[in-house]
Design a protein around this ligand. Structure first.
Ligand SMILES: [Mg+2]
Length: 236
């Protein structure tokens, strides 16, 4: 079987810089969004029980993404839009409940994933580390500040994680993509985009990955897969 047909397990050569995704790679995120979505669906089921509220919300969110970006504020606006579209006479108290659900998400605790803090500290001894996330600047920065990670690690909140955004980042930071490894849970943002630029990538799947980010990942000679964050050490 050729290398392209099966997963490669050998260490990654000549690594100089490691990029770490944040949400659902370093700490929990998607589970808080799922909780919020369940609370929203529960609320709206009382007003329009015959509608597929989840599907409607997903479409609204996708449509709003180019304008509103990612994060809980964007999600809150999409929930209000969905609610008032499905139920034009929605009472103000229901809107207030939606705002409270959104606020709860914005204030969700920072729950580190197992082994992350120790493993990042270990990686720092040997490599340049960059945390690369996307979404709302204030929201993402709050999570980093509340985390136990070394606050001197450069933390970049990008507008998105498309290939051209990574390319501009590498140029700005004087990083050679062929010596760069991106680590993350999202096939679209953390693996496929960096692979396009000649980077290496390590995929750590999370049990909950946002449907928008989830794509099939066929084997690739510059991609490795792990089950836990600590496992990335075997490739570095
Ligand atoms: Mg992620």
């Amino acid at each position: 079987m050729s290398e392209s047909q099966t997963d490669v397990v050998t260490p990654i050569p000549h690594v100089s810089c490691i990029g770490l995704d944040a949400d659902d790679t370093l700490w929990e995120n998607e589970r808080f969004y799922m909780d919020m979505e369940h609370a929203f669906v529960d609320l709206m089921s009382g007003f329009c029980p015959e509608e597929d509220i989840t599907a409607h919300l997903a479409r609204t969110e996708e449509r709003n993404m180019p304008l509103l970006g990612y994060g809980s504020k964007a999600m809150t606006l999409s929930m209000i839009e969905t609610a008032t579209t499905l139920c034009p006479d929605l009472p103000a108290r229901a809107i207030q409940t939606i705002l409270a659900i959104g606020r709860q998400l914005m204030e969700s605790p920072v729950q580190m994933l197992p082994g992350v803090t120790q493993t990042v500290a270990q990686l720092q001894k040997k490599y340049r580390i960059r945390i690369l996330t996307k979404g709302d600047l204030g929201e993402q920065t709050r999570k980093f500040i509340l985390s136990p990670l070394d606050q001197s690690i450069p933390y970049h909140v990008l507008q998105d994680k498309e290939a051209d955004t990574y390319a501009r980042f590498f140029e700005r930071e004087h990083i050679d993509p062929t010596h760069f490894v991106m680590v993350g849970n999202s096939p679209r943002s953390d693996i496929l985009a960096p692979l396009q630029l000649g980077c290496w990538a390590i995929h750590i799947p999370h049990t909950m990955t946002w449907a928008h980010e989830d794509l099939p990942l066929p084997p690739h000679p510059r991609m490795r897969r792990c089950q836990t964050f600590e496992d990335i050490l075997k490739f570095l």
